[in-house]
Design a binder for this molecule. Structure first.
Ligand SMILES: Nc1ncnc2c1ncn2[C@@H]1O[C@H](COP(=O)(O)OP(=O)(O)O)[C@@H](O)[C@H]1O
Ligand SMILES: [Mg+2]
Length: 271
């Protein structure tokens, strides 16, 4: 029997947009909320999410802490790059996801910053796709090519076209719609003009392309400094650490507003 589970894919065909950081933050927040969570790293080459979780396991052991842990899998592409092995990779990933669905409420898939067959197979399994984009006009290019004068869309990006294809196929198969959320990440606290411009363009793209736009997560040291001990903002809040700062509280509020937009029926997301 398959129980009700959600597959969240964190994807953007661009490195450094915050996919792995967001993946771990979502996973741990959902664990604290009482969900059974599994994570899949499709970017085994970089392995950021995997290293984050390894660091977390080590930190918990060294400090004799019981920290919530996701069930974690790394799925790597086969070493051959022909059509047959690509299909086998896709079948393998589908199999792993279906197995996890039997037991886990939420499966979070972190993807690499470039197109790959495996990453595409991950996207095909998404109920919810979250695309973090850095707070820069350069990074919007991954969604659409923008006319620099009118700020209108010149053409959709390959990535957007691909998502549309996946959405269409799901519809044909009678599956639930794939919801696409674009999240502005690393919002600078100083560059007001750039900030306004990125915000305006994403608002425009939201209606023209058809995603939900969240504006978003700030550029905060807290997202970078916790990697080595594998902690996230939700851990800090739950551990009741003395050194909670205004920036931590702002980060927690940003993360919770992402969770509310994702809108998986919430269990106990009150703190
Ligand atoms: N909101 C943020 N504020 C500050 N630094 C961030 C934020 N989000 C991500 N980073 C940093 O940006 C870099 C890239 O993030 P990462 O999650 O590895 O991106 P990706 O997985 O898309 O390549 C890392 O150094 C990470 O710590
Ligand atoms: Mg990554």
């Amino acid at each position: 029997m398959e129980h009700n589970s959600y597959v969240i894919v964190v994807g953007n065909e661009k490195g450094g947009s915050g996919k792995s950081t967001l993946s771990i933050h979502l996973a741990i927040a959902y664990l604290y909320a009482g969900y059974k969570v599994a994570t899949i790293d499709l970017d085994g080459r970089q392995g950021t999410l995997t290293h984050y979780i390894e660091n977390r396991i080590r930190y918990a052991k060294d400090n004799k802490l019981t920290l919530p842990m996701p069930e974690h899998l790394v799925v790597t592409p086969s070493q051959y790059s022909n059509k047959k092995s690509s299909n086998e990779d896709e079948e393998q990933l589908d199999y792993e996801i279906n197995e996890l669905k039997k037991e886990y409420d939420i499966i979070i898939i972190d993807t690499p910053g470039t197109y790959s067959h495996l990453s595409n197979a991950g996207h095909k399994n998404a109920d919810i796709l979250i695309t973090p984009v850095n707070d820069s006009l350069v990074d919007i290019d991954v969604i659409a090519n923008i006319n620099p004068y009118t700020k209108r869309i010149l053409s959709e990006s390959q990535y957007t076209t691909n998502i549309r294809e996946i959405q269409k196929k799901r519809k044909e198969l009678g599956k639930q719609d794939l919801r696409w959320i674009v999240l502005r990440n690393r919002i600078s606290h100083i560059d007001a003009k750039n900030k306004r411009e990125v915000d305006n363009i994403l608002k425009l793209l939201q209606t023209e392309i058809g995603f939900t736009y969240i504006s978003g997560i700030g550029e905060r040291v807290v997202y970078r400094e916790m990697f080595l001990n594998g902690l996230t903002i939700t851990d800090l809040m739950n551990m009741g650490k003395d050194e909670i700062s205004i920036s931590h509280i702002a980060a927690k509020n940003e993360l919770f507003s992402v969770l509310h937009t994702i809108n998986i029926p919430l269990k106990n997301l009150s703190n």
